[in-house]
Design a protein around this ligand. Sequence first.
Ligand code: FES
Length: 313
Amino acid sequence: MNETLKLRLEARRDLTSEITEFTFASSGDAPLPPYEPGAHLTLNTPSGNWRSYSLTGVNTSADRYVIAVKREEGGQGGSNSMHADLSIGNLIEARVPKNAFSLETAPRYLLIAGGIGITPILSMFFALRKECKPVQLIYLTRSAEDTAYLDALTAQDAACVIVHHDNGDPEQIIDLWPYLQTPEDCHLYYCGPAGLMQAIYLNSIHWPRSQVHSEDFAGIVAHSGTAHPFRLRRAATDELFDVPADKSILDVLRENGIAYESSCESGTCGTCRMTLTAGEVAHRDIVLSDEERHTAIMPCVSRAAGEEITVEF
Ligand code: FES
């Protein structure tokens, strides 16, 4: 189910004061599995926490995996340990790349990225440019100093790339409505921090849903609409737990003194897998296959699709 790879860090370079790019090669003779734009690489970071990062590479069949990682103040340690503890030549365990944010064939594309949300978008942009597809990229950051891959993007045709810095001033935030007003046959892909995601969602609410594709700031879980509260039933005892809209199943179990093993808490590592015995699930992980989704759930991210589900733990 989750084929494991051993990667060797070949290079690292600072893109900004907070974002570092890591280039991995295979640690052995076997070539790395290929991937498509929008795919993620899940790594066992030096902290011991599994984390997923978008692959930024342009040549997706090349024998290298390239990711860009932002250091997070107060983060859970995975990304910070990549910055602090990973040196050239070190080996790291990884899973075969998966893609929950893939490009669909479309007449034209609008890509919008905010901050580190550029990572999946970058791969898409260069893939589309390579295929001479009509594409426009809007890239929003605080300042030029905070902008990863600025040189590579400003070297592109200016008609294809808009880079906007708001300098941390709400008055300078770009108005996206002119770009989103008329969807026609365009497909929209976006990724960035929560405020930007919300702004784009609201400005594109009139778009056909089949033409809108997004990924949350963590670069992991496909945006799945608004969560609603539901009941969780424990099969063995018939106990019921109320899961509110703003909490995960794992949160609720912890609040009830039930320790349940987890790692990434982002639906990517497979650690928290739980058996599903009844009810319909809104799956938000990138671990389970379509078949497995009938009998399992990842409680760190997934929820009931209806009012109740029954699980074993
Ligand atoms: S803790 Fe990793 S998938 Fe849930």
